[in-house]
Design a protein around this ligand. Structure first.
Ligand code: AMP
Ligand code: GLY
Length: 426
């Protein structure tokens, strides 16, 4: 078949790399893709959120299946638009994507269907929100309702920080109309886990759980980012816990969305907090594959991902299975100095070939640009380096050995991705 992947990040590079190895795929396209994806797919210069142009391209080329990476086109209704034209596409409808695109919707939905989440209130007036936080001493999380590139949640340690966060989101409109409404919720302690699952609207098939490192700096310090690294499988989510998460989070969410008249087909991503007593609460839902979660679990996947995706679309996911290599993966994101705030682009990246040739190493490009035979930096998150090994130690050592061979001016990365799981012997 002819396959199109929509998006331009490291996640899409990982998906394209895997799709290239599928026995179903004869021709592979990406829109707009990136300089790494170019090596495995034909990149076409159509932005990921230009739904009409994408559909026109799919019709012209006779593409058999489109896989959508990012949330924006999903929340703009790319799936609805394609399905109206009888084009085969993998992802949730616009209504189902609200589970990610509106935090107010998601929180109320969780309350309605008994899905465990932090207690919360919602506001659409600044004064009411400010009134609510006045005099409060506990740590709170203030969240913009709409999409904000993974950066729309602010942790406030006291009343002043809470006020400032409310003003940033609702008055200064740091994330534009995403800040028309807000959610204020209780801060949760624990270890975060990303549990993603294929779902055809009725059945769920979980992927390997992943630990995502969201903060910019070591020891989980600094601002939230799109993700600075990931580890899979998540050492804190064993089979029992995964089953519990399936029963108490994934299945109720799929049931609830069906009840709401918007069945969810695609990948449902539950961002979870595993609390110190091992009980689980949902921090957020996403309507797609994670970035950089995907870069960690893709090299561990033995099954043909396209086969599972076809089962999902055809609503016979109960007949599919997912097999994995018994290995561990550590993904380190190399970012431009200054990310997630201001950063410069255009620096030459060296050492890619040497690092990429190392055993157990997979390089997934996000913000790179090929100039002649050289690559230059072209974004905040530049590259994902995934090390795969027999255990966490080997995966960690491989990933960081490869990282040490790559260089560009002002390169920034965390040195502790997966470190807590290998105490006692790097
Ligand atoms: P979100 O925008 O909801 O995905 O949140 C982004 C990140 O903020 C999460 O991955 C957590 O690291 C942190 N966060 C969000 N909500 C909470 C919460 N209630 N308690 C603790 N941390 C949170
Ligand atoms: N890694 C976080 C996300 O994909 O939203």
């Amino acid at each position: 078949m002819k396959l199109l992947i929509v998006g331009s990040g490291g996640r899409e590079h990982a998906l394209a790399w895997k799709a290239k190895r599928s026995e179903y795929v004869k021709e592979l396209y990406a829109a707009p893709g990136n300089s790494g994806i170019q090596d495995v797919a034909k990149c076409v210069n159509i932005p990921a959120d230009d739904i009409r142009q994408l559909a026109a391209f799919v019709e012209k080329k006779g593409i058999d299946l489109t896989i959508v990476g990012p949330e924006m086109p999903l929340s703009l209704g790319i799936v609805d638009y394609f399905e109206k034209r009888r084009l085969n596409i993998f992802g949730p409808s616009q209504a189902a994507a609200r589970i990610e695109s509106s935090k107010v919707f998601a929180k109320r939905f969780m309350r309605k269907y008994g899905i465990p989440t932090a207690s919360f209130v919602t506001f659409d007036r600044v004064e009411d929100a400010l009134d609510f936080v006045r005099g409060r001493r506990e740590r709170l999380v203030i969240k913009a309702d709409g999409l904000a590139g993974g950066k729309g949640s602010i942790i406030a340690d006291n009343e002043e920080e809470a006020e400032a966060a409310i003003k940033k989101i609702m008055v200064e409109r740091l994330w534009g109309s995403a800040g028309k409404k807000i959610v204020i919720e209780k801060y949760l302690d624990g270890v975060e886990a990303s549990v993603l699952a294929f779902t055809d609207g009725e059945n769920v098939l979980p992927l390997l759980p992943v630990q995502d490192y969201k903060r910019a700096y070591d020891d989980n310090k600094g601002p939230n980012t799109g993700g600075m690294g990931s580890v899979s499988p998540h050492p804190g989510v064993d089979e029992n816990l995964l089953q519990e998460i399936t029963d108490t989070v994934l299945l109720p969410a799929i049931f609830g969305l069906r009840m709401e008249g918007s069945p969810f087909k695609g990948v449902l991503y539950a961002g979870l907090m595993v609390q110190p007593d091992r009980s689980v609460k949902v921090i957020e839902f996403n309507c797609r594959f994670g970035d950089p979660e995907t870069q960690a679990f893709i090299p561990l996947m033995k099954s043909d991902i396209i086969e599972v995706i076809l089962h999902t679309i055809e609503e016979r996911l109960d007949e599919a299975e997912l097999l994995w290599y018994e290995r561990k993966a550590v993904t380190v994101i190399l970012a431009s100095g200054g990310y997630p705030k201001k950063y410069k682009k255009g620096f030459e990246i060296t050492g890619l070939k040497e690092a990429g040739d190392m055993e157990g190493i997979y390089l997934f490009h996000s913000g790179t640009l090929k100039r002649g035979r050289a690559y230059i930096t072209n974004g905040g998150r530049v590259l994902g380096v995934t090390g795969v090994g027999e255990n966490y130690n080997e995966a960690f050592n491989r990933a960081y050995r490869a990282v040490s061979m790559i260089n560009f001016e002002k390169m920034m990365y965390r040195t502790d991705i997966g470190l807590e799981f290998i105490k006692g012997g790097i």
